[in-house]
Design a protein around this ligand. Structure first.
Ligand code: HSE
Length: 405
């Protein structure tokens, strides 16, 4: 008999309990064991809940109970949640989590403890919500050398960009709706600033690189400066604007960046709208594989958490592993990497811009104001771009997505 403890009864925690209890009898057949949720930890009271008898407020009750073999951490953050996860692993209990902040900042350490204690630390739900990506990377694609991963990893910003740019909705209204639908983080600043996507690409990059990649080493730009005008120019160029998180191996180093990008309509990522996420993985032997699905929301995320619980109960999957980062950062300076860029400039003219940037592609939109110029630059690094833009009045600056098809 496996007893499970769920920490946190918020959006994902309550979804996990619901999904688990609804399908419990099937899970017993699937795992060959009887299993049940014994505890739910939350500081709040839920007297009307059908699970009211399972609530506890003290983590000691859980960690000291030898019957509990799997702990599902769904609290979020990396303070109290970190303490609970560490103690649970040290006590010889497997842990599953949807907490990307925890995995992105403490993953190497927690994986090490799990390995020492011969238990599992799984986090399928931490990236891509209901999309299977961690286990496919770790198992199905393990024979291949993965050279790059790029994707739309934040459901909230993708939802916001879709509604703002396709339906002319206001930023604040769409964000409020994303919160209501349970897509956004408790502090949605992490979504709109790109921080959430950054944590997720760090997790994926650590997996393919075998070394912990920390969020503070990653250049991260959010979506708050994207305008409808930029979207119109993107359409004129033949694409759309998406918040892209990418990691690409360059020899022994890694280029890893989160920023809005112009994505060509020919790319598989261009049609990914609303709360959907897509992750494009390129392997030397496999070529491109795309993973697509709901990247946020109560039930998609809960289904990934419950799958991890079942895998932990069966203990069939062996631990994921990556080592602590070395003394020297393997992340290359993003400012020195060459890309093409979209620029929107005011108070200038085509001759001046051509002289400065060389062979550019000019873009148009309806009702362009006098003196506004929009263009696509030739390949150049951000350092050079910033230098060239020094005296110009820049209204918009967005990288072109250039990984994969
Ligand atoms: N806030 C996150 C998102 C939730 O919008 O993608 C899923 O990790």
């Amino acid at each position: 008999m496996s007893k499970i403890a769920v920490l946190g009864f918020g959006t994902v925690g309550s979804g996990t309990v619901e999904v688990f209890c609804k399908n419990k009898s099937n899970y017993c057949k699937k795992t060959g064991q009887s299993l049940d949720i014994k505890y739910i930890l939350d500081v709040r009271d839920f007297p009307e809940s059908p699970y009211a008898d399972k609530f506890v407020k003290d983590f000691d009750t859980i960690v000291n109970d030898p019957e509990v073999t799997v702990v599902a951490e769904l609290i979020g953050g990396n303070t109290f949640a970190y303490d609970c996860v560490k103690r649970a692993l040290q006590a010889g209990k497997s842990v599953v989590t949807s907490n990307k902040e925890l995995v992105a900042t403490k993953g190497a350490e927690l994986l090490q403890i799990a390995a020492e204690k011969n238990v599992n630390f799984f986090f399928e739900a931490s990236v891509g919500g209901g999309i299977p990506i961690i286990r496919p990377l770790q198992q199905c694609l393990m024979s291949d050398e993965i050279t790059s991963i790029a994707g739309i990893l934040n459901g909230t910003t993708n939802y916001i960009l879709t509604k703002m740019l396709k339906e002319s909705a206001e930023f604040a209204d769409v964000l409020a709706k994303a919160q209501e639908l349970g897509y956004a983080e408790r502090d949605p600043e992490a979504d709109v600033s790109g921080g959430d996507a950054c944590r997720k690409i760090c997790i994926l990059a650590s997996l393919i690189f075998g070394e912990h990649i920390y969020p503070e080493d990653v250049y991260t730009e959010g979506v708050t400066s994207i305008t409808k005008e930029d979207a119109e120019y993107a359409a004129n160029w033949g694409g759309v604007i998406k918040l892209i998180a990418s990691a690409q191996k360059c020899g022994k180093c890694l280029e890893i960046v989160v920023c809005p990008c112009f994505v060509s309509c020919e790319s598989q990522l261009s049609g990914v709208d609303d709360v959907f996420n897509a992750i494009l993985v390129r392997g030397e032997a496999t070529g491109e594989v795309v993973f697509y699905g709901r990247g946020a929301g109560k039930y998609p995320t809960a289904s990934a958490v419950v799958a991890d619980i079942l895998n932990a109960v069966k203990n069939e999957s062996k631990n994921i592993c990556w080592k602590e980062k070395g003394a020297e950062s393997c992340v290359v300076d993003y400012k020195k990497q060459e890309h093409r860029f979209y620029l929107r400039l005011a108070d200038t003219d085509k001759a001046k811009v051509s002289e400065l940037f060389g062979d550019v592609e000019f873009l148009n939109r309806a009702n362009m104001p006098e003196g506004e110029i929009a263009l696509i630059t030739p390949e150049l690094c951000r350092e050079e771009l910033d230098k060239k833009c020094g005296d110009l009045k820049v209204l918009g600056k967005i990288q072109l997505f250039d990984i994969g098809g």
